[in-house]
Ligand binder design. Structure first.
Ligand code: BGC
Length: 453
């Protein structure tokens, strides 16, 4: 893939802060979704079981019918995306549907995904397809989820099957979604399945997911040598609350290392360093001849956390995140709106993986009244452009999410959609954000007139 560039004039204009910006030709504009959050009628995963337990999900919500993608509405929503000028869509396959029992694959489920991907292709939407987005088959959950000895190997066999069966229809594959987030929420913490609440197990689960990524990367390439396979990582900006405080700087750096740095280091150098291993270990599965086992990197970015030293928080490496200006609920926090952090993280990825294309695979905010999201989108699109102007090879941008969907432990309480969903009627209504984003997609950038205050 040759690397598109933005016009020099455009780049210097962006650096000067002028308002009209244009992206490279063929830049992908899309939205991101995940199987469990939109498909509905999904009963065989760890999440389906988790939702049935009292007190796990805000308001006792369940994914239930979700957005009825499995029942047939995916195609309608793809058509909506196309009508809004999008050129791409990110979605994921549900492992628990495709392999309902260990080693037993459901051909009917593969057919359903094939139809859906054919429709996307017919509409002219480039698909980025995740092999996994947090949810695991229940049969793996009862064996220990990512802590099961054979989990990476099982995942690679599933990946092989998906690549052989659907590879013709998938230009961009991703293996896993946000390994650090899953390790934190489900293994260090207890908010998500398997709810282990043990930091050491969190590191074990993170490491297993990285091994699983490597194993799946090789499996997909063995099946389809021409495949493009990436990993999606979540990299919030973690800054010291008081930059002049040595202690704030130290705890922000420690949190950044444990959440972001150790993953980048493992992928870039095929090794596990503390806290993934007590002593440094080599991880040859994360390497191919000539570099990391990655064809591209997906970055999910929502915001920034400012971290203060606090001796009462050893479990968070003595750092307490300041939540005054963040987008949060009682139980979750997406950080402070800070577009510069997105530029920074893209440039960091580009320094870490100088030869790899990058995609912003998720960016967005929950905003029930849609008052802040339009300007959030414009400012973050600008931030991506700034990164490109400074040399990052960013090939696409995906908003989380196309439509309101089931938001894990938050249930249905935090609407992230460009399209509002009426769950009773399944009606979709475009929010103002949908129009703003549509204008960005059509203009392949931001024009002066589009500026949203
Ligand atoms: C996840 C999505 C989630 C979104 C908003 C990301 O961490 O990949 O599944 O819905 O954030 O919280």
């Amino acid at each position: 893939m040759s690397r598109p560039t933005i016009e020099r004039e455009d780049a210097s204009r962006a650096q000067r802060g002028a308002s009209a910006i244009t992206f490279p030709p063929r830049f992908l504009w899309g939205t991101a979704t995940s199987s469990h959050q939109v498909e509905g009628a999904q009963t065989q995963s760890d999440w389906a079981a988790w939702e049935a337990r009292t007190g796990r999900i805000h308001g006792g919500d369940r994914a239930g019918r979700a957005c009825e993608w499995w029942a047939g509405r995916a195609e309608e929503d793809f058509a909506r995306a196309r009508t809004m000028g999008h050129s791409a869509i990110r979605l994921s396959l549900e492992w628990s549907r495709l392999e309902p029992r260990p080693g037993v694959f459901d051909e009917g489920a593969f057919d359903r995904y094939a139809r859906l991907l054919e429709k996307a292709r017919e509409l002219g939407l480039t698909t980025m397809v995740g092999l996994n987005h947090f949810t695991l088959p229940y049969w793996l959950a009862v064996r220990g989820s990512w802590l099961a000895e054979d989990a990476p190997d099982r995942f690679a066999r599933y990946a092989d099957r998906c690549a052989r069966r659907l590879g013709d229809l998938v230009p961009l594959w991703t293996t896993l979604n946000e390994p650090s987030v899953l390790a934190l929420m489900g293994y260090v913490g207890t908010a998500w399945p398997p709810g282990r609440g043990n930091p050491a197990l969190g590191m074990k689960a993170l490491r297993a997911q990285l091994v699983a990524h490597g194993a799946a990367f090789h499996a997909v390439h063995d099946a389809r040598p021409d495949a493009q396979v990436g990993l999606v990582i979540n990299m919030p900006a973690l800054d010291p609350f008081d930059p002049s405080s040595v202690r704030d700087r130290a705890v922000a750096a420690a949190q950044d290392w444990a959440f972001n740095g150790v993953v980048l280091d493992a992928l870039a150098h095929a090794r596990f360093r503390f806290p993934l291993a007590l002593r440094e270990e080599r991880a040859p599965i994360l390497r191919v001849s000539g570099g990391p086992a990655l064809d591209f990197v997906g970055l999910n970015y929502y915001g920034r956390y400012r971290v203060r030293f606090d001796a009462r928080h050893p479990g968070e490496l003595f750092g307490r995140r300041d939540a005054r200006d963040t987008v949060h609920t009682d139980s979750n926090d997406w950080g402070e709106i800070h577009p510069e952090g997105l530029t920074r993280q893209l440039l960091r990825l580009s320094r870490t993986f100088p030869r790899l294309p990058l995609y912003v695979t998720e960016n967005g905010m929950f905003d029930p009244t849609d008052t802040r999201r339009p300007s959030y989108l414009v400012s973050h699109v600008r931030a991506v452009h700034d990164a490109i102007a400074q040399g990052a090879d960013v090939r696409g941008y995906f908003v989380w999410s196309l439509l309101d969907n089931f938001e894990w432990a938050e249930g249905w309480s935090t609407p992230f959609g460009l399209l509002a969903l009426d769950r009773a009627t399944q009606a979709r209504t475009a929010r103002r954000s949908a129009d703003v984003y549509s204008a960005i997609c059509r203009a392949n950038g931001v024009s002066d007139a589009m500026e949203v205050r």
